[in-house]
Design a binder for this molecule. Structure first.
Ligand code: HAX
Length: 426
């Protein structure tokens, strides 16, 4: 048995040594080239970042440390947090120390609720959630340690404190945002006997007549937890953290990126599209109807939300996991049936659009339908659920970056004139 901090403290000297040796021996070796297309194309495929919490390859999808995504269902969020940070699962006793620690840190300061209650009633739930994180910035242990002059090699310890303090509070904050923003009544107190994901489900306060919503939330929390560090939210978070801004600033910045429709907000857009399909055809459409509707969407200049990916070139294994859950528990649900049918039909349509590199579903294609089934029908809220989970990855990446003494991120930009000269060989 060991605490998370003890486990990390043991590993960090070896990790530092490994990185230092690599740079010393191979520092000038070229590992990636950059083309002009990549410069104008959002740096797609440029290898310029280190991230050890997880990796995403075009043909396999998410692997957290050594664990492929398909093996994550059945795991609890706290186990996955430990895995992200240390590369291993905790034993039962160690897991219990982390769970108890998170419970101890879980009380949300009263001023957070006051800030949220003062926001306009039509604020986006993501704005409320990110504001809550940001307004707790004054609690940062890293800032206290930094101001006290702590050594650089010890920055990670106070960052881990911030990480655990924040993560412990996110389920209660997110559930509180849900109940306040959608007039669901009083906040529901945390249940000390529930794990992180199940407690979040409990605090949302939905009626779970089938008794499987907690399982869905556990699944949701582990599947969305990380996706290496080049995606908008993780990259934004790590860039902000690299300036030694504390984790409250960094996480809030990252999650502001998750709020965009090409990133985390796609799950709300996707369900909207599926529901429109249902309404238009009065239920589950035929393959032909669905194909026509997909073309209609594309021809009107819109994307088919939930499909395509910047890195993946296969069906996202996270989508597979949701599909399997749906087949097990939601088989009679029409919205789920449409999601399954879209998966049968839409990749064929997207394959005909030559510019689309990945015609397959991503994680957002199915998750909304699951939530909708359990009565979580307020889709502007969906990205908050995504954020609670993704915070684990962003926080873990930041703790490790601090442990490794990662420098400030500062790539070089070029003017168009410079690029024109460069390609002309001048
Ligand atoms: N429907 C219509 N067009 C699509 C498309 C889709 N599902 N996926 C890609 N395209 C288009 C792009 O818009 C782009 O068109 P332009 O050249 O005219 O701009 C072209 O195909 C090439 O894009 P790409 O190289 O295949 O994909 P990108 O790496 O540029 O973009 C996206 C990846 C995920 C942003 C893109 O596939 C998309 O917009 N998908 C729909 C939105 C979505 O599902 N987002 C969630 C992604 C997962 C995630 O991050 N969740 O948080």
């Amino acid at each position: 048995m060991a605490t998370l901090k003890e486990t990390l403290a043991k590993q960090i000297p070896g990790l530092r040594e490994e990185a230092a040796t690599l740079v010393k021996e191979h520092g000038d070796k070229e590992i990636s080239k950059v083309t002009l297309r990549q410069v104008f194309g959002g740096m797609r495929g440029v290898r310029g970042l280190v991230c050890d919490t997880s990796s995403v390859s075009p043909d396999t999808g998410l692997v957290i440390r050594h664990v492929p995504c398909k093996d994550l269902p059945g795991r609890k969020a706290e186990e996955v947090l430990w895995l992200l940070l240390t590369g291993e699962y905790p034993d039962d006793a160690s897991l219990k120390t982390l769970q108890d620690d998170l419970k101890r840190r879980g009380t949300v300061p009263d001023y957070v609720w006051k800030v949220l209650e003062t926001m306009p009633a039509d604020s986006h739930p993501m704005c409320m959630f990110n504001t809550a994180i940001l307004c707790m910035e004054k609690e940062s242990e890293f800032v206290k340690a930094y101001n006290a002059g702590v050594k650089k090699t010890e920055y990670w310890e106070s960052t881990l404190e911030d990480c655990l303090n924040i993560l412990a509070k996110l389920p209660a904050i997110a559930a509180g945002v849900y109940r306040l923003r959608f007039n669901k009544g009083d906040r529901i107190a945390s249940d000390p006997n529930l794990d992180w994901g199940a407690d979040y489900a409990h605090m949302l306060g939905l009626k779970d007549t089938e008794g499987t919503f907690e399982d869905l939330m556990r699944l949701y929390m582990v599947l969305h937890s990380d996706h290496e560090s080049g995606n908008v939210s993780a990259f934004s978070g790590s860039t902000v953290a690299s300036a030694l801004s504390d984790l409250y600033y960094a996480l809030s910045a990252g999650l502001n990126g998750l709020a965009g429709p090409l990133h985390g907000l796609a799950n709300q857009e996707c369900l909207r599209w599926v529901l429109k399909t249902k309404e238009k055809f009065g239920g589950v459409p035929t393959d032909e109807q669905l194909k026509d509707y997909a073309w209609e969407t594309l021809k009107s200049g819109k994307v088919i939300p939930g499909y395509g990916h910047a890195v993946l070139r296969v069906t996202d294994p996270r989508f597979d996991a949701f599909l399997a859950f749906g087949k097990k528990y939601l088989a009679d649900d029409e919205v789920f049936q449409i999601v399954a049918k879209v998966f049968d039909v839409v990749p064929g349509v997207l394959r005909e659009v030559k510019k689309i590199k990945d015609p397959w579903p991503n994680v957002d294609a199915g998750s909304g339908a699951m939530l909708y089934h359990y009565g979580l029908t307020e889709f502007p809220y969906y990205t908050v659920l995504f954020s609670v989970s993704r915070a684990m990855g962003i926080c873990s990446q930041t703790v490790l970056a601090r442990a490794m003494g990662a420098p400030i991120i500062r790539p070089k930009s070029s003017t168009t004139a410079w690029l024109k000269n460069a390609v002309a060989g001048k």
